[in-house]
Design a binder for this molecule. Structure first.
Ligand SMILES: *Cc1c(COP(=O)(O)O)cnc(C)c1O
Length: 352
């Protein structure tokens, strides 16, 4: 019955999210969630919203939340855009800022939602190969383009691009928008936020899903100069005026205000990452340097798909990508608690 479909739907290749198995007692290291819960203040704020006021629409512009985000980053509220997860913020950025005649550029190995949005919104794009060591080479992006987008640290490689290189990219591409997706920056990288005042084409995107342990609340945001934010608002108000419900606005604000809490859990995850990398290297794994809450690792003697299947038999779920071919031998492993990572290492000892 697909003749009922719009023409664009026939050509879509949708994003495939990591599995959310319904089983209990899994060691779930496949979707980069935070192993720690959110701040108790977030839970309190969310509970307080379970009230008669739910009959009323939420604030369409999330003013209090945007003020809280602006205060945390030291910018003005009109430099902040919020959305239903950073996926929605990114989607709006593709339509609002990255749809031009020239193709946009992003790494050939990167967040697989980017090509999906290009398909949905019919945006020309070109994948720029990472180096042999899976790094972004800025010079490759200093060519005529309709925009540039990549995560920093990149996903699923975990590799960080130094802030000086981000700035060199901005200095070299004054005429097109550069979107830096900082979904994982709180786990140890240097943010590009400080460059926003000097670069009118820079949009920095964040999510509360990973570092704030709020994947279930669906809140993301973007910061840039007001002219970029206005473009995002025009798209938002042509799509859904109320993207954040009352729970999301209240919980996210409490999380931004209790920033020492999420900064601490991020530091804890980063310490566990150091331990896990050492343990896996001792087992013979090659682990890419990671600035994120996950690592990309391969074993010279074992296939990625095979290892993922054997781990699953032991109730440990990690992510394996069949494509692109260059990462096919690797496993992407989310950093869990120390105990979860120890369970993983014990299982790998038996398998490798
Ligand atoms: C997880 C992730 C997102 C999406 O985050 P949500 O806010 O949960 O939609 C965006 N970009 C990258 C690179 C991610 O890994």
């Amino acid at each position: 019955m697909s003749h009922y479909w719009s023409a664009v739907v026939h050509g879509l290749t949708p994003y495939v999210p990591g599995e959310q198995p319904k089983l209990a007692n899994l060691v779930k290291l496949n979707t980069n969630e935070n192993p720690y819960g959110p701040s108790p203040k977030v839970l309190e704020a969310v509970r307080a919203e379970a009230a008669d006021t739910l009959r009323l629409y939420p604030d369409p512009n999330s003013d209090r939340l945007r003020a809280g985000i602006a205060a945390y980053h030291g910018v003005a509220a009109d430099q902040v855009f919020v959305g239903n997860g950073s996926d929605e913020v990114l989607a709006h950025a593709f339509v609002a800022l990255l749809k031009h005649d020239k193709p946009i550029l992003f790494p050939d190995i990167t967040y697989s939602f980017y090509p999906v949005y290009c398909g949905l919104y019919e945006i020309a794009h070109r994948g720029i190969p990472l180096t042999d060591s899976f790094e972004i080479r800025v010079d490759d992006y200093l060519v005529p383009n309709g925009g540039v987008i990549f995560p920093n640290p990149n996903a699923p490689t975990g590799r960080l691009l130094a802030l000086g290189e981000v700035e060199r990219l901005l200095a070299g591409t004054p005429d097109s928008v550069v979107v830096i997706d900082e979904a994982y920056i709180d786990f140890g990288g240097e943010s590009a936020m400080g460059l926003i005042a000097r670069y009118p084409q820079l949009l920095v995107v964040r999510t509360l899903s990973k570092s704030h342990a709020l994947a279930g609340l669906r809140v993301g945001y973007a910061i840039g100069q007001p002219h970029l934010i206005e473009a995002l608002n025009r798209v938002k108000d042509s799509f859904n005026s109320y993207p954040l419900d009352r729970f999301a606005q209240a919980g996210a604000l409490a999380s931004m205000e209790d920033h020492t809490y999420f900064e601490e859990i991020c530091a804890k995850v980063a310490r566990t990452r150091t331990r896990l990398v050492a343990d896996m290297e001792a087992l013979g794994f090659e682990v890419l340097p990671s600035g994120a809450n996950f690592i990309l690792a391969r074993h010279p003697a074992h296939e990625g798909a095979e290892l993922a299947a054997r781990l699953r038999e032991r109730s440990i779920i990690v992510r394996h990508f069949r494509k692109p071919a260059r990462i096919e031998p690797f496993l992407r492993i989310t950093i869990g608690t120390d105990a979860q990572c120890d369970t993983l290492v014990e299982a790998l000892k038996a398998l490798c």
